[in-house]
Design a protein around this ligand. Sequence first.
Ligand SMILES: NC(=O)C1=CN([C@@H]2O[C@H](COP(=O)(O)OP(=O)(O)OC[C@H]3O[C@@H](n4cnc5c(N)ncnc54)[C@H](O)[C@@H]3O)[C@@H](O)[C@H]2O)C=CC1
Ligand SMILES: CC(=O)C(=O)O
Length: 264
Amino acid sequence: MIANKPSRVAIIGAGSVGSTAAYACTLQGCASEVLLVDIDEKMRDAQVLDLQDCGFVSDTKVRAGSFADAGAADIIVITAGAKQRPGESRPELVGRNRAILASVLKNMQPIQPDAVLLIVANPVDALTSVAQQLSGLPKNQVLGSGTFLDSERLRAALADRLGVAQTAVHAYVIGEHGDSQVVAWGSATVGNTPLLQLPGMAGVNLPELAVSVRDKAQSIIAAKGATHFGIGTCVASLCAAILNDKRHVRPVSHYIPDLDVCIR
Ligand SMILES: NC(=O)C1=CN([C@@H]2O[C@H](COP(=O)(O)OP(=O)(O)OC[C@H]3O[C@@H](n4cnc5c(N)ncnc54)[C@H](O)[C@@H]3O)[C@@H](O)[C@H]2O)C=CC1
Ligand SMILES: CC(=O)C(=O)O
């Protein structure tokens, strides 16, 4: 029997988002190993111990790692960084999180040449561009989580309104993971029926619905200080898709040559 090469996901930043992403990766069994890396080693080690208690339902092993270990992983997820305080916008984090990203990328060198770098820290589109400039990896190996989470929030809101499963709704939020995001209403369908032709959508205030999706993060942050379940699940889904070459189509942030920026 030939054993498959072990697959490794390294998650930099073991706070709310990083630990929830590790939890979701563990439950999905998306890799052989998940490494958690954080400058706060005491907290990182406690997260690892806590996550190891999930081992009875998963073959994915969670362990603490160094920046050098992370540089050798198949997928490196960057969640390290400041989060928004209530009322603060994502772009207001850029100075702090650019500096953290630059130091993380430097500490991980040399990053193995086939690695995929997945940026999650905010503002995610701007930081994806920074990571493309500083990581040394080809641009097509450096992605951001983009509007994946926003699109799932939209699909959930529509599914709830129409009384169908979220997976039956095909709808995307595009553009920035931020205040200028746009809902692609015209291409949205439920099954093969255009969304806007459904009787259940009659009278729905589309701009209001789009704003509620756009502002969902702020409502959650105002009440509990952070969002992490949705994005953790998006990260695990992306890692599983990449490692298993699932050919999923997801709205991630990537380099658009015509605009010379990373966006979805
Ligand atoms: N793209 C998206 O859809 C989403 C992005 N986010 C973003 O994710 C980021 C993390 O959010 P949370 O986990 O809630 O914050 P958190 O404060 O709970 O965790 C951040 C972690 O980063 C660590 N860290 C800071 N500097 C570091 C460094 N140089 N090296 C290694 N680790 C370092 C901290 O010690 C901390 O454990 C924020 O920027 C937040 O805005 C959050 C939700 C959704
Ligand atoms: C924090 C953030 O970016 C979100 O939940 O959308």
